[in-house]
Design a protein around this ligand. Structure first.
Ligand code: TEU
Ligand code: CA
Length: 564
């Protein structure tokens, strides 16, 4: 049951299985755990679940390193469990989107194991290259190019046996597939069809913009003082649109109205428009990274922290709204399993303003034009974990960065500070279900400790409290389902330079909605200039009760009004 364009009025809920719900007490979330929570998701009202990877995997990158695409890792369950999940979701009118990780496999995938032999027909399925001319293979500087991996170090790993290197834009246990080879592409499409036949409703495609690479593989420009050029910048080839259109056709993505969202770090509005223009039959929407890269220094990495003025953030979302207004479609997100918690990053996670600011972040995001994504725990205002000791971290990105930064002579305190603000582990602490030990996530010891604030911040409490973040998100989702202007209305940013007010309108033939949000902990007097007349306006949804149109907003208050 997938009518044309159904994904435009849908809200997607992302589950990071390892951290969602543990059914058997081994401390790791699993599929039966998810199945036991489906009524909670139905109560929230989301339409789709996007499941981060549950396939067979050595778990070097928590499942984003897959060794069998057509099986389930025993840590998470079995194929029978995934069938039960699909059935349970479908019974409740929800859909399932699987994570598709096909830029790379695990180095333990049989394809790669076979490809290690230079005589194998699979040698060309990956990017094997000889050492740099005139440099002794395996010695520093002999890597074929100066590309750096996302998880520190060179993007090339030396293989003693064949004397060649293979490319890995992520960890050395995540070798990149060679999409130039048509056999690779057909193998991926066949696997996708197998999942569609099993009942899944779409795919979230991991770093999909990186599948096409420049075949020349030449050196890129390394940022000043750094040894490597960023793979995200240099590794984009010119065949992306071609590959995606081919995949669409061969899997029947549009023909079956499957939801498709491509994760595309480093992509521009122009690229996103080409990929999401329905006329091109590529993808429905993409995840941009621009708005989650504004709180870092301009030439730095995510670890180089910088202040983020509100006008800069508003302008970026508005640019994407305008850029994809005529053709294409936006996805909308504040956070996911790779990003810090939304309320800690863009709101105010102090006990005083956590609830109001989490609600207001929801108001603003869900009233933009596009498909909103809710990351598990966001709907109850879960916060960063703010670890203080390197021993508390689990994520390979954090652990590798810490080691590399110290080896480059950076100050330990500063490195720990960056990690506490930006580490992916902030998003990966267990889902907080109730106030029992370990937040009701597990009867055993969780793989990553629960945030101690679970005593206050938990789903059980939130569901019971009509004024909670949960019920605000529920109301936002309900509003979208019942109001075509929220789905498709034209977007227009107001008061762009105001440093505390986020205001915009959404307009359709029938009505104009006005969204007003106070992004500060102080009372805000609404400006007399630059906002439409609100006389006679009706409050559709607010964070602070039925106060109605007034001329001030309480700290972190937001309102959605229908203009008269
Ligand atoms: O992420 C790709 C990506 O570009 C970044 O989010 C990156 O993981 C990192 O956070 C940069 O700081 C995807 C997955 O979402 C991520 O979990 C995987 O680790 C990665 O691809 C490799 O599969
Ligand atoms: Ca488990």
């Amino acid at each position: 049951d997938r009518p044309d364009g159904w994904w435009k009025s849908a809200v997607v809920y992302q589950i990071y299985p390892r951290s969602f719900s543990d059914s058997n007490g081994d401390g790791i979330g699993d599929i039966p755990g998810i199945v036991s929570r489906l009524d909670y998701l139905a109560a929230l009202g989301v339409d789709v679940v996007w499941l981060s990877p549950v396939y067979t995997s050595p778990q070097d990158d928590n499942g984003y390193d897959i060794s069998d695409y057509q099986n389930i890792d025993p840590t998470f369950g079995s194929l029978a469990d995934i069938d039960a999940l699909i059935a349970g979701l479908h019974q409740r009118g929800m859909k399932l989107v699987m994570d598709l990780v096909v830029n790379h496999t695990s180095d333990e995938h049989p394809w790669f194991v076979e490809s290690r032999d230079p005589a194998s027909p699979k040698r060309d399925w990956y990017w094997w290259r000889p050492a740099r001319d005139g440099v002794e293979p395996g010695t520093p500087g002999a890597e074929p190019t100066n590309w750096g991996a996302a998880f520190s170090g060179s993007a090339w790993q030396y293989d003693e046996v064949s004397g060649e290197y293979f490319l890995h834009l992520f960890s050395p246990k995540q070798p990149d597939l060679n999409w130039e080879n048509p056999e690779v592409r057909e193998a991926v499409y066949a696997m996708m069809r197998w999942w569609v036949d099993r009942g899944v409703d779409g795919f979230r495609m991991d770093v999909i913009n990186l599948i096409s690479k420049p075949t020349e593989l030449t050196d890129g420009e390394a940022p000043p003082g750094r040894p490597y050029a960023s793979a995200f910048v240099v590794a984009n080839g010119h065949r992306l649109d071609e590959f995606l259109a081919e995949m669409n056709e061969r899997v029947g993505l549009d023909a079956q109205n499957l939801l498709t969202v491509g994760e595309m770090p480093g992509s521009s509005i122009a690229t996103a428009r080409a990929v999401t223009d329905p006329a091109n039959h590529e993808l429905n929407m993409v995840f941009t990274f621009e708005h989650v890269s504004l709180d870092q220094t301009p030439d730095g990495s995510k670890w180089d922290l910088a202040e983020l003025p509100l006008p800069v953030l508003k302008a970026n979302l508005a640019e994407w709204q305008d850029g994809l207004a005529e053709a294409g479609w936006n996805s909308l997100y504040w956070n996911n399993h790779d990003q810090p918690r939304a309320v800690s990053r863009f709101g105010d996670d102090s006990p005083e303003f956590r609830v109001a600011s989490a609600k207001t972040l929801g108001t603003v995001l869900h009233l933009h034009r596009g498909t909103p994504y809710v990351y598990q725990g966001e709907e109850i205002g879960m916060t960063n974990s703010y670890f203080t000791d390197i021993a508390q971290y689990s994520d390979l990105e954090s652990v590798n960065y810490h080691a590399e930064a110290l080896s480059l002579g950076m100050e330990a305190e500063a490195v720990l500070q960056s990690l506490s603000v930006k580490s992916r582990d902030n998003a990966r602490t267990p889902m907080q279900w109730d106030d029992r030990s370990h937040a009701g996530f597990s009867e055993g010891v969780p793989w990553l400790p629960a945030n101690p604030n679970y005593v206050v911040v938990n789903a059980h409490t939130a569901v019971a409290d009509p004024s909670s973040v949960f019920h605000h998100y529920r109301a936002l989702i309900e509003l979208r389902h019942g109001n075509p202007t929220v789905v498709d209305g034209r977007f227009s940013l107001l008061a762009p330079d105001h440093d505390r007010l986020w205001a915009f309108t959404r307009t359709s033939a029938d009505e104009t909605l006005l969204v007003l949000a106070n992004f500060s902990a102080q009372l805000l007097d609404l400006p007399t200039d630059g906002l439409p007349d609100t006389t006679g306006a009706m409050l559709l949804l607010g964070t602070h009760g039925d106060a109605g149109p007034g001329d001030t907003l309480a700290p972190w208050e937001s309102r959605v009004l229908r203009l008269a």
